[in-house]
Design a binder for this molecule. Structure first.
Ligand code: PRT
Ligand code: ZN
Length: 286
């Protein structure tokens, strides 16, 4: 039987949509069976398994799944024997210590002898140990941010994204302990044929990620301005230049970052560029 790889992604939550989208962008198509939460994909010999994110590292260690997409924070907390294969650039957040906003913060020694509520006791105890601070860790499974208000703890250690949740609970962020994003993790004992499928998937993921924020720009310009326009195009390898039917005019095609594009659009127009088209790019294979 030919080798198939099983990849575990979050069933529903903050990671699921982007994980599904990434697989789709990599040409992996599937219909999930809602009863078994397992799907056989087309496009690559891969099966998809839908799980709670907390279960993914263990399943990957046990080779129930060969690959998994999970938050770095969850991978760190579970501390299973898996390899971190690739940071995926989405679901970014940080794990921070926070205290009531009216309290004066004096550095990590603030937490000496105090109680801290969290759903991530392992990451927290490792950090406190590293800082030489002894605190009382209260492990709770949700709504950590209300703990100080109800007298359960004097500080919290939790995920922060915009910071809005902390503010609306009268808390302030005082230490960033870990920065996190979605990561691809892999079992540590893959066979050569399994690894070959991982390599093909990674190749596709890199092509998809490489195109993020990049645009394909086409414009027409007077030929005598070509050198000045080339000087304006930032970080572009070598733009494609083609003559137009209209004499002494050229078409210029180039790949650039969208942010850079906005900075050069007016200078381009001043040099006589016309009919500027900006198009999305799906994949870039270097
Ligand atoms: O059901 P399952 O167990 O699979 O999901 P879950 O409820 O455990 O996780 P889920 O879907 O909420 O989050 C999955 C992962 O998304 C996390 O492990 C992080 O890696 C990542 N992530 C990114 C976040 C956030 N941003 C985030 N803002 N996870 C949680 N939050 C919460 C946080 O707990 C806090 O309550 O949002 C609040 C803070 O947000 P701000 O914007 O107010 O600061
Ligand atoms: Zn979870």
């Amino acid at each position: 039987m030919s080798t198939r790889l099983r990849i575990a992604i979050q069933k529903s939550g903050r990671l699921s949509e982007k994980s599904t989208q990434l697989l789709a962008d990599c040409g992996i198509r599937y219909d999930i069976n809602q009863r078994t939460l397992l799907a056989s994909a087309e496009g690559l010999p891969i099966d998809i398994l839908l799980l709670r994110d907390d279960d993914i590292p263990q399943y990957v260690e046990d080779q129930v799944a060969h690959l998994g997409v999970v938050g770095e924070n969850v991978a760190a907390e579970m501390n299973k024997k898996v390899n971190l294969v690739k940071r995926l650039g989405f679901s970014k957040c940080r794990m921070s210590l926070a205290i009531p906003k009216e309290k004066e913060y004096t550095g990590t020694s603030f937490f000496e002898g105090k109680s801290i509520a969290t759903s991530y006791p392992n990451i927290l105890s490792q950090y406190l140990q590293q800082k030489g601070v002894n605190s009382d860790i209260h492990q709770i499974s949700g709504s950590v941010e209300i703990a100080p208000n109800i007298g359960l703890a004097e500080g919290i250690f939790d995920i922060v994204s915009t910071g809005g949740t902390l503010i609306s609970n009268g808390l302030k962020e005082v230490e960033i302990v870990l920065r996190s994003e979605a990561v691809l993790i892999a079992n540590q004992n893959l066979t050569a044929s399994q690894q070959a499928i991982v390599d093909e998937l990674l190749f596709r993921i890199e092509a998809v990620m490489g195109s993020k924020g990049k645009k394909y720009v086409l414009l027409n310009a007077p030929a005598h301005q070509l050198e000045a326009i080339k000087d304006l195009l930032p970080g572009v390898k070598s733009p494609t230049v083609m003559p137009l039917a209209q004499e002494n005019w050229v078409a210029i095609h180039a790949v650039m970052n969208e942010t850079e594009f906005w900075e050069i659009i007016q200078p381009l127009k001043l040099l006589g560029a016309e009919d500027i088209l900006v198009m999305p790019i799906e994949k870039i294979i270097p």
